[in-house]
Design a protein around this ligand. Structure first.
Ligand code: PEP
Ligand code: MN
Length: 337
């Protein structure tokens, strides 16, 4: 249920909030530029529509049909923009997040950051935990990688993001990084979603390997319903019968998310395809389809990478890539940041 406020006084707003809590529901206040809306979360809240409609300060009350209420456009008509570090995702920007698949060593990470900084990259990605299909493959260097990521920020001024895979790591990682990432394999790890939902830092939520868009938005709902409203969705390709590419890049998910949700959505061309030769054309398509950003893997020496060696750009290839996507961003009236 959503309650749209008219010219409500502070006291009236408080009375509405008190009543919501008294009934055992959770209120979420959404401050729009035109109107203030309170989303009421809880089972059977719709049974009280009439009661809330009568309260002073209430303009209208409506039932929300979407199962994902806070993520839905029904509760939040304006597009949400999210600050990561000192820059904003959404709002006509295309945020470029670049960096290696994994933190392998201090030297490899800092060398990559050093090469990316002069290209204007403001967001650095690198995983310290690697969710690998085989337990014998490189698993990431773990929490000690945080110090290396901190050096990336202090030496090169980039905001840093990394994946969390375990509830126990969320707090220590969240204290250091500017943005958390939930990987595709954990999109429905509900305890993990709730834990990142209790943090202040923005969260990039990747779409699960075989998740529908609704399931993905429901996963975002878990984070939002815990109080963290800074969720950036990331399309990273889905499983289909096609085998030429590692996954099938679902470009249609980008405009669909914009039709169904107010949350920003970015695109990961590397994990979508697993092929270097598909990164540029699909990134162009994603920008044209309305993506709010790209998550791109760049490694100082991709051929030596401990994970995803085939799909990572060298810094030089990435510089060329940036040149080629700029005109597409311009054509859709957006700025690359
Ligand atoms: C990643 O971005 O490092 C990653 C592992 O991607 P995904 O979760 O999409 O497979
Ligand atoms: Mn990777």
């Amino acid at each position: 249920m959503i309650i749209v406020l008219g010219k409500a006084s502070e006291k009236q707003v408080q009375q509405i909030l008190d009543k919501i809590k008294e009934k055992g529901f959770k209120p979420h206040v959404i401050q729009g530029s035109q109107k203030t809306v309170i989303a009421v979360i809880g089972n059977n809240a719709a049974a009280f529509i009439e009661e809330f409609r009568q309260m002073p300060g209430v303009e209208s009350v409506a039932q929300v049909s979407a199962a994902f209420k806070l993520a839905s456009k029904e509760t939040h008509h304006e597009k949400t923009s999210i600050k990561v570090g000192s820059e904003v995702f959404g709002k006509g920007n295309i945020g470029i997040i670049a960096g290696p698949c994994g933190v392998e060593s201090e030297e490899q990470t800092l060398n990559t950051a050093k090469a990316l900084q002069p290209l204007g990259v403001k967001f650095f990605r690198a995983s310290i935990f690697k969710p690998r299909t085989s337990p014998y493959d490189f698993q990431g260097i773990g929490l000690k990688g945080l110090e290396i990521l901190e050096k990336v920020r202090s030496q090169y001024g980039m905001a840093i993001e990394t994946e969390v895979m375990d509830v126990r790591d969320v707090k220590p990682v969240s204290e250091v990084v500017d943005c958390l990432r939930i990987g595709a394999r954990n999109m429905q790890n509900f305890d993990l979603l709730k834990e990142v939902g209790r943090q202040e830092k923005p969260v990039i939520l990747k779409r699960g390997l075989s998740a529908t868009i609704k399931e993905w938005l429901m996963a975002a709902e878990y984070i939002l319903s815990e109080g963290n409203n800074k969720v950036i969705l990331c399309e990273r390709g889905i499983r289909t019968f096609e085998t030429e590419a590692r996954n099938t890049a679902d470009i249609s998910a980008i405009p669909l998310v914009h039709l169904m949700s107010h949350l920003p959505v970015i695109f990961d061309p590397n994990h979508s395809t697993g092929r270097k030769d598909l990164i540029l054309p699909l990134s162009k398509a994603a920008i044209a389809a309305g993506a709010d950003g790209l998550l791109v893997e760049v490694h100082e020496h991709p051929e030596k990478a401990l994970s995803d060696a085939k799909q990572q750009f060298t810094p030089k290839e990435f510089a060329q890539f940036l040149q080629e996507i700029r005109p597409i961003a311009k054509a859709v009236g957006k700025t690359i940041i």
